[in-house]
Design a protein around this ligand. Sequence first.
Ligand SMILES: [Zn+2]
Length: 433
Amino acid sequence: MLEYWIQNGECQAEMHRNANVGKILKDTIFRRDGSLTCLSRSLFSMLNPRGFDDVSQKLSKSLKTLKVTEKKTCSFCGSKGASRLKGWMFPFIIDQAKFPNIYPNGKVESLNICKSCLVKSLQAYGAILYSGQQGARNTIHINAIMFFSNDSSSLADFMRTSCSPAIIVDYFTNWKPKIRRDVAYFPYEFLMQMLDYVASKMIELGGIDELGGLGAVLICFSQTGRSKKIYECAEVVTALSPLVQALSLFNEGAEESRFFSLFRSMRKEIPKRKVVADAFVERNKFFRMLLSYRKIDWTSLEDIVFYRLTLDRSILYLDRFLKEVMKAMSDPDAQYYDQVSRQGWLLGSSLLRRGERPKAVKASIYELRRERSDLGKFLDLVNDLQLKAESGFDDRIFRENERVFTKLRTFFLIGMSNALFQRSRESEKGDDR
Ligand SMILES: [Zn+2]
């Protein structure tokens, strides 16, 4: 983590060759008038910050008076003569008690830093992209990401072209407030929206081959009141290129981001009730699995689909999204998606065509969902419905791939739900007439 942090500092130095640390900070995490943002307030809470000028003075004074001792070795570059790393130099993992698992070797008593790495470390603040969300009471959920790459110069190029144009500082975000995006409480949601933006930027610039080893450091925490801070996660996500590629294919040809529509419709908010963090948990879980493990979290997805089913609203562009993502992840089961979801869709729509009421079809979908482990029972249920619908059903894919039964069942249920969504869209159109 510290390595990525310093690398971002180097990259900032490269991007803003003649700018001092102060300018870099001011442009990215303080507001134009020098007042604090939710991030700068929290990052520099150790310095008791009042505003940019105050922080800037304290930083330069601390830099000048930094005491290095020959006994300490810089934990980053290994040079002799360093000082103990403090929160305002590297705000994330400095305390062994707080992060025993990720602290180097678990043995080191403190992380140390030399003067030149310290300057880089301060410059790294300029590479943070963040977004804050006011939660219950006076709690603010802050998500921050920092991209990294194979080397600092390609990272600098990437930042210059894809991220810098989006930086305009507000109290709750430094990511251009006017870019169309949904409320995001959690870090993986935030990163996905950022990647969607990056993908669109890349298309504009004519190519997304240059991403190389693009990854992101992800930090999230909530702050209540002035001083209480709890880090909820600090993680590293690597190899983002395939996802950026999938996003750009997914959005291809659309005037506005399809991802935005999909993403927005994956919330679980209760209509007409205030938006609360709970509404975003499943969506974050889904994207966490996608970003960290390169897998589709079918369980969470099914959960969201069924939630949407209670509202008679689909997840927009879901089929298209799943296909692009499964392709990008080289998911071996992707080959069954089309066929099985189509089977579900056929069953649902023939039932509706035979005069079955949407409510009854919905009930059947729930009944099928309850059959989680027994393939035989599931197929019996499907057969009963087929008889009612007087349509055919080929169960070979299910029988030949019993090991992925739960996945296939989800494909099937997505398809069957689609038939219902389609029906309710059509009847809405009918009402408009
Ligand atoms: Zn050093």
